[in-house]
Ligand binder design. Structure first.
Ligand code: GDP
Length: 298
């Protein structure tokens, strides 16, 4: 069938519109499963996860004739099943201020996500403080201040090149004095020198624990969904650098195929606390596994 007749979404690439309108049945055989696998891999799901998904689809149904709609629903159900356990909002701790360390490579959307989260928490009546911990990038500090202004949240900064751990300590002191509910600490995202970054993150944790031995309460890793399979290696890297407790996936509004979220959930099982769906302050949404699965399979 000509390309123009196929509809968007994963299975749109496999079935023509005519296929889904009429009740054409396809045998769930090796050939069909292989075609499905290829689609899932092309959508950034990775080989292991794609194989697992298709194996689950075939379980008890191998060789059966299914309508294209049934195949679509089956795929969506398998994807949703993997995603449901990871769809969790950011846990709120009774401890105040709750300290949230935000990590991720430069450009992943850390600054934007901190601004969006600050705005959401403030709208929920929480008192929020932000620490601009990427003290080596003057532009990052400036950007964070802009986001803090937008969200109506104070941003603590330190002179360029100064010690991020000392800023984090001061920020926690201020957040405690002000009776803040939440302190979000931005961090550097230079992966070029991992040893330095590891030491920097470890020092931030060490120093804030002098003020609150339970901190940080969350370590959020911000990942750009458009980087595809690269997101997997970023999780591995940051798990070595910090005690990652959850993810925020950004740029899901763009051309990201989204399959990498399934691979991430399958491989690491880390909670996805929120997804970025645009560049504006309100463009942060809870992760909805059913909706995601339906949109992905199309
Ligand atoms: P940082 O270097 O990790 O702090 O990244 P930034 O927060 O500065 O974001 C890098 C770029 O990605 C900016 O141009 C943001 O506007 C953009 N961005 C961040 N989150 C999203 C998102 O969810 N959707 C889209 N379309 N763009 C985003």
């Amino acid at each position: 069938a000509p390309e123009a007749q196929t509809k968007p979404g994963l299975l749109g690439r496999l079935f023509t519109r005519a296929d889904t309108r009429t009740v054409i049945r396809r045998t769930l055989d090796d050939d069909m499963l292989e075609q499905l696998e290829e689609l899932l891999i092309a959508a950034d799901m990775g080989v292991d996860t794609a194989l697992r998904v298709t194996a689950n689809m075939a379980e008890g149904r191998y060789g059966k004739k299914l309508s294209t709609d049934e195949i679509k629903q089956l795929l969506a159900r398998e994807v949703a099943r993997i995603m449901e356990p990871v769809a969790k909002p950011l846990p709120i701790y009774p401890k105040r201020p709750q300290v949230v360390l935000v990590v991720g490579v430069n450009g992943s959307g850390k600054t934007t996500t901190i601004g969006k989260l600050a705005s959401q928490f403030r709208a929920a009546g929480k008192k929020v403080v932000i620490a601009a911990g990427d003290t080596f990038r003057a532009a990052a500090v400036e950007q964070l201040q802009i986001w803090g202004d937008r969200a109506g949240v104070p941003v603590l900064t330190a002179p360029e090149g100064s010690d991020p751990a000392s800023l984090a300590f001061d920020a926690l002191t201020k957040a405690q004095q002000d009776g803040a509910d939440l302190l979000m600490i931005d961090t550097a995202g230079r992966l070029q020198n991992r040893a330095d970054l590891m030491e920097e993150l470890a020092k931030i944790v060490r120093v804030i624990r002098k003020k609150d031995e339970t901190a940080p309460h969350n370590t959020l890793l911000v990942l750009d969904a458009t980087t595809g399979q690269n997101a997997l290696s970023q999780v591995e890297t940051f798990q070595k650098l910090a005690d990652v407790s959850g993810l925020v996936m950004t740029k899901l509004d763009g051309t990201a195929k989204g399959g990498v979220l399934v691979a991430l959930a399958d491989k690491f099982g880390l909670p996805i606390h929120a997804i970025g769906v645009g560049e504006q302050i309100d463009d942060l949404a809870p992760f909805d596994p059913e909706e995601f699965a339906a949109a992905l399979t199309g």
